[in-house]
Design a protein. Sequence first.
Lengths: 564, 319
Amino acid sequence: MKFSNYLTQGFYDELFDEQGIPRPGAQLLINKIESLPANDLIHKQKSAETALLQLGNTFAVYGSEEGTEKILPFDIIPRIIDNGDWHILEKGLKQRIYALNLFIDDVYHDRKILNDKIVPEDLIMSCTTYRKQCEGLNPPGKIWCHVTGTDLIRDTDGKFYVLEDNMRCPSGVSYVLENRQVLKRTFPHVFADSKVRPVDEYPNKLLATLESLAPDTVPSPKIGVLTPGMYNSAYFEHSFLAQQMGVELVEGQDLVVSDGFVYMRTTRGLQRIDVIYRRLDDDFMDPKAFRPDSMLGIPGIMEVYRNGKVAMANAPGTGIADDKAVYAYVPKIIKYYLGEDAILPNVPTFICRDEKDRAHVLENLDKLVVKAANESGGYGMLIGPHASQKEREEFALLIQKNPRNYIAQPTISLSRVPTIVDGHFEGRHVDLRPYILYGEEIYVLPGGLTRVALKKGSLVVNSSQGGGTKDTWVIGDDRGDGTLTSEPHFQSYPATFESESQSQSQSPPQSQSPPQSQSQSQSQSEPGGPRHSFGEGYSQSQSGSPLSSSSQSQMQSSSGGSHA
Amino acid sequence: MLSRVASSIYWMTRYIERAENIARFISVNLNLTLDFPSEASRQWQPIVMATGDHALFEKKYGTDYSSRNVINFLALDQDYANSIISSLRAARENARSVREIISSEMWEQVNRYYIELKDSAKTDFPNRNPHKFFKIITMRGHMFTGLLYSTMSHGEAFQFALTGLLLERADKTSRILDVKYFMLLPRAGEVNTPYDSIQWAAVLKSASALEMYRKRFHRIIPKQVCDFLIFDGEFPRSIRFCLKKAEKSLHNISGSPVGTVSNMAEKSLGRLCADIDYSDIDEIIDIGMHEYLDGLQVKINSVGSHIHDAFFKAIPPQS
């Protein structure tokens, strides 16, 4: 298959520049693809899909009676990021995560940033993601956000912007690892020659991060991945990560609090657990501390956590840093704590609680994307240019009624990557979610999840709305380890908290560049209290069938797997 | 290992074995129809009686024990918790929750088994060609058990799988024997007629025991059939064989030698095994075959409850 008819159509293309010349790092791959006999690429695409199905990273299709499992659509043409771009991304992400962690710790302790009026106090206090229960908490090493999956997009000018900080339970890293497995087999030689940096280290790095949270007094800490259960759409990932790290996969019902510790129920009685990688939202963690109706959590676990007898990643309360209204302040947050300008810019954001911003938003609804501040996954969102007059009017009312709850952003045109469509290449829009681990050091996985909107012209990359994934190649310099390539910056952000926050004079409120064109990618942070499992207590209680009769003994049965 | 995981594995194999054995006791009658086509129709009721769930059947189908109704009830009825399809759904759900523990071959097998069964339930295949249908069910069960033995490490999880499978099989062999009791119940006069021995042969065939039985006892004599299916020390579906192997598995889990007791499950199963070791077929005939089997099933159920208490419900000490 040839790229000769491939058009970038004025968008930033990740593989070709505007003259149609392959970008640095992409040449080898493109030569390879063009040299393949006709149909060979299609064949490779099919075998990649089969391989993924066999690897088992499937999601159940709910509501479908057949219980069929599907793979997330996958396109074998990778997205390539050259070393220079990656270096900036890595530095920028480390800076951002480091500052946001300081911010979370500050918000739940001294509130210096609020007292200095850098971020409005009432904004923080009115966030639904603010957890009063977390005030004064001291997580190990003062690190709150151990795993982050920041959503980035690239505009027509080729510049990366942060779209969202997912600091609660970002999902998708299992796709990164499995896509890579498959693509290595698809283009083995190109791989070696292009010096693609490996991603396989992730489970080890994650394990090391989790181990670093255990108290020093525990020589070999017991670690578990906490999943909402097998009805959660990301269950495969939870199980995959547990398997890759060789740790237990636990559900809330497997854990119990007793004498100030958290224990697992095992066949040999109760066994202490020291570190929990939770893939369950704060709200559902502990019915005694948060939502009392949660059936997925562990009653009393927050008390144990507060006393430092169990560690959790991420710490409860991190959601405050990825609230969409707080997002707008992140450049100021970085400036405040680090005295530096943000390396990675935000998408310009209008905060509707601000009168001037609000007026601008209401006037330009047809050009802007409006988002509800506390929603994720594309809920409560208006894509102005694509909306009807009636929808825009409805949103105008919503904004006026509850301005605090809304932000607006210009529509950014996402960059594109060639994608196989009906036997030829067409450009499709992508975003990028790198994964950042914060343990004894900050580590950025060289690569990340590239989500691609498979529908022509679509900018919505969510899997629920026709999105797929691509492998992401960071073309490296053979050092192969995310932490090694970044000494200068790595040293400036030690893992240990070195207190003193510098008050900086602030630049005037959020600069607002004029609206551009096009639409937005929506976030896909894992809904902690999963739609599918909440309330569907999965229990294996044992009982005889209650309706059988008489002297005849009945078959014993378990309700295993049934929905109570 | 986690209690929940152990429980899921134990129930996964129990349900797979249950599905297979329901196919087996339906095939008692299918075997009879081959030998005695005219008699077959009257024999569907005893099969339902042997499950102990006849009240459930009658609630839905009345007293019309036609082959279609019985096959629909025992094999395809999704509202009946012990039907083949419900058992498989439960097996699959349990397997799904422990996918990281079992081999992918086992998961794929149970998944495909369930999906194919659902598909065939939509056609009239089970009623049109019941011989073939129930044969497939039985073979699917064997495939799963084969994968269990040959693709999963024989560690703690495997021992739970085996314990579940063997207890279920012991229970179901007793029920296959019981089918014969219910067949004879209304017609005591038929004892020792040629028809009687054809029925006994059908029972043996359903337990895949006919050839192995003939090697040991040659001719079909009711007492010896019972002796074989209850006491034989070598036949892998005899009740004694299953219980003794289950006992071994339980002790593999705790690490304590057979003959000692480290938990209530071992105690109740050990006692049941000793009981079988020290009784014989004459004693059972004195008690009454059906009464004996009924008591046995109750005891097997209570072993199950003790396993549940010992392993599946770790509870923190009350403070």
